[in-house]
Design a protein around this ligand. Structure first.
Ligand code: PBG
Length: 329
């Protein structure tokens, strides 16, 4: 033990000035840690605000390109695309998900062409394309695992063909990472990364996101037969180990702040790159309270993100990414 009794040890000595505090600080937040999720929609030079996520809007592809330029200019290393799909394109078989010219793939091509320096992460899950709002194919009220994996693999290859740098499977079906990794190898996409949503919980904090992608009204039931039970912790380690063995390069814990204990356990156990997703509900809580003057929004934003670094995360998906990059200067 290196800590002697008072007054030999006084913890306030290293807290006295900003210089001393900075010198002994263990963790810092950097723009390099950030992945910026954005919502995209069809149309031209337009955007639609998402009411439950103040400051966030669905952007048309041309505006998404400009957003990517802004992010890259501020040093944000990656952007993550989530499409808002017109209801007329949603079906039970979800074919639009692997259409090479769907909204997400068009946006990937446009951003790649204009802003090659930013990494593009794409979402692999069927919910934006599914008439019943689920991440997998539904038959007689059951979410079919293996049929869903087949669809997700087609979606993955189409996204890699379009130029995605990082594939982000957020679906939580079993066996999808191995199937995606083999398909990527077979399609000469051996250098495409997979950031697996490995420990993704069935959470109430996704509400505003489901509004943003237009899945809220459609979702029948809940996602408890594939997403994790919030009461579990050991299971997260088994899922992470499974996904790493199947070919994930990085793993994610989601949501973020209510699951910092999971971030820490995963980081300690594997030493693989770990990301956390500060999800829509976490963002909405901070924004909503700040708008009412109940908390200092900028300070709460920075403190909430630093917590992920302290918990052992290497990267953070956050809707605040561009605000943070500006604040960090
Ligand atoms: C679904 C998906 C969700 C999020 C990312 N991908 C929601 C869900 O599982 O219902 C949530 C992200 C957020 O809340 O910010 N594939």
């Amino acid at each position: 033990m290196t800590t002697g009794p008072y007054p030999t040890t006084r913890f306030r000595r290293t807290k006295r000035t900003d210089a001393l505090r900075r010198m002994v600080r263990e963790h810092t937040l950097s723009v390099d840690d950030l992945i910026w999720p954005i919502f995209i929609r069809d149309g031209e030079d337009d955007e639609t605000p998402v009411p439950s996520m103040p400051g966030v809007a669905r952007l048309t592809v041309d505006r998404a390109v400009r957003a990517a330029e802004t992010a890259a200019g501020l040093g944000v290393p990656a952007i993550c695309l989530f499409p808002y799909i017109d209801t007329s394109l949603k079906t039970e078989a979800c074919e639009e998900a692997w259409n090479p010219d769907n909204l997400s793939n068009r946006a990937t091509r446009a951003i790649k062409a204009a802003v090659p320096e930013i990494a593009i992460m794409t979402d692999v899950a069927l919910d934006p394309y599914n008439i019943n709002g689920h991440d997998g194919i539904v038959k007689d009220d059951v979410i079919l695992n293996d049929e869903s994996v087949e669809a997700l693999v087609k979606m993955t290859v189409a996204q890699a063909d379009a130029g995605a740098d990082i594939i982000g499977p957020s679906d939580m079906m079993d066996g999808r990472i191995g199937a995606m990794r083999s398909a990527l190898e077979a399609a000469s996409h051996q250098d495409v990364c997979i950031l697996s949503y490995a420990a993704k919980y069935a959470s109430a904090f996704y509400g505003p996101f489901r509004d943003a992608v237009g899945a809220s009204g459609l979702l029948k039931g809940d996602k408890k037969t594939y997403q994790m039970d919030p009461g579990n912790s050991d299971e997260a380690l088994r899922l992470v180990e499974r996904d790493l063995r199947e070919g994930a390069d990085m793993v994610m814990v989601k949501p973020g702040m209510p699951y910092l204990d999971i971030c820490r356990r995963v980081s300690d156990a594997f030493g693989a790159p770990v990301a956390a997703y500060q999800v829509s509900g976490e963002y909405a809580m901070i924004k909503g309270a700040a708008e009412r003057g109940w908390i200092d929004g900028d300070k709460a934003m920075l403190e909430s993100l630093l917590a992920f670094k302290r918990a052992g995360c290497d990267a953070i998906l956050t809707y605040f990414a561009v605000d943070v990059a500006r604040t960090l200067g």
